[in-house]
Design a binder for this molecule. Sequence first.
Ligand code: ADP
Ligand code: MG
Length: 629
Amino acid sequence: MSRIRLLSEEVASQVAAGEVVERPAAVVKELVENSIDARSTRIEVLTRRGGISLIRVTDNGVGMDRDDALLCLERHATSKIRSGEDLAAIHTLGFRGEALPSIASVSRFRLSTREHGALAGTEVLVAGGKLETVRDGGDAPGTQIEVRSLFYNLPARRKFLRTEATEASHVEHQLQLLALGHPAISFVHLQDDRIAFQLAPAASLLERIRDLSGPALAAELLEIPEAATSGCEGIRITGYIGRVGVSRSTRQQQVCFLNGRAVENITLSQGLREGYHTALMKGQHPVTFLFIEMDPAAVDVNVHPAKREVRFRSPSEIRQAVILAVRAALESDRTRWSAEFRPGPAAGPLPASPVRGAAPEMEHAQTPLPLPEPARPTLAIPPAAALPLGGVHAAGHLPAQGRPDTGPGGSASSPFQAPAPARQEPVETAPAPGPVPETFRFLGVLGKLYVLMENASGLVLVDQHAAHERILFEEMQRRMEQQGVPSQRLLLPLTLQLGPKDADWVERNMELLERAGIALEGFGAGTFKIDSLPVFIKAEDPAQLLHDIIDELRETTLQGARLRLGHDLIAKTVCRHAVKANDTLREPELTKLVEDLLACELPYCCPHGRPTMIQLSYGELERKFGRRA
Ligand code: ADP
Ligand code: MG
């Protein structure tokens, strides 16, 4: 007796529904995407009890005639693609022709639709996939779909739903993504008859973000500069990312759109992480509203029925583009910071710095690597204000680079060791600044740690330890890029035993490690001998250090790996050499510290992503003192 049977349409739809509509938020997504594809300008979504008892989506899109209203409930019925070739270039959100029949098979479903200009519309009622009624109806032009009692006929699935509150929050998140992706469309979301949000058509993405997330977050965002990804062929990235210091403990606000579709993708997350790199605290996630546009043929969105996942033809290119976009945005903020905190000729009681270098050009567009050129504005300090230089090698055991430890008052015992500048001669890269309106003035030190400064906007607090870490970090990084990492032979070579995976990684990356100052020799079977380590590493346990390095680097791209390796080694060590919280610094040293900090590529955070400076504006002070609402 033969045992194979074709499933009925009804059961087949229910099976498909398991993939497309796993929860109310997924239903909302499918329905709203259909409304967007139907060129609606206003979409209203009502949910009751987290969408479990009712989801109703009303749009003012093109609507359907009676034939289409019936056809759209058949499986694989779609108006959006016609042939297999169309799959290679999908411009609409939907294309599978699966959503409506799937949803209708697991709910009590009502479709009411009317084309613009049509005399009458159509109303269709379906219950658990069975067509029950077709009649004239549909009041306003557009489409309204009601989904009641989701999974009422599939108790097993219904059990998988979470609490109403959880489902409601998924629905809300989903709607926020859709609203962010389409700022020009007006969205209204009613939750159990309460208005969750009501968004007017927005002229720009930033306006939509402000309407959704409030002005406070919008003010913390940086726009991705136009030219950021101009060197990446076929990829364009626009949007906003959080400033340094703006991060979240979840990925909830790490939003990425690919050709208008919200996606989650490991390549994108990695790119973001690498782009921020030291500007992001461990365990935190960036806040992003990233819009990536690329040739639809270079990405496969047909990986999963919910289309949340995508597969890139060449992940490394897209990752690189994301890194460039993030770096360019972060760097753009640097210009703002320097402008705000730039010490002017009349600044406070300190000797004026006559010349400040121009901010380095942003060279991202042309540079293949994620970091800007090591060029750096060099501070020219009048001899009277010169501080002990060459602190890095004194503190960090780097070979001196020709700069003698000179300077009045300079001694190796000075608690603050400023790093030697990368270039010796003061370069006059920019005309001397004219009268600068923004100046800062030294006020004092709080708790032997926080340097208090005054600038035009109010009070500035600088964490002296974090600031010095950043300065040392960038200094060492420049040296490494220029000269490679000086390494030191170990008196007693160490042996290291690694598991097969780690051993394999080390085998393949010997050269990379060597350039980073770690010389290893393999003896087979996972045994290695460590001959030398970077001089500035004073690891108590080199084996552990190497394990850590391998763990961290395995996930990065090879291209990024060399930089990352250097950076991580440096970041691990600078902390120990930087000025500590309790070190007492004198005023000129503090001023120099702040000046050096402002000359850094990323002045506003230490290599571990913690802020170096905090601004307390007059506005905030006034609010705190109740002078202003
Ligand atoms: P897909 O979106 O993949 O084409 P669906 O099952 O979601 O598949 O929808 C089937 C078809 O029904 C769509 O191709 C479209 O022609 C039509 N349709 C669905 N929703 C709407 C709507 N809100 N307005 C106009 N047409 C719609
Ligand atoms: Mg659809």
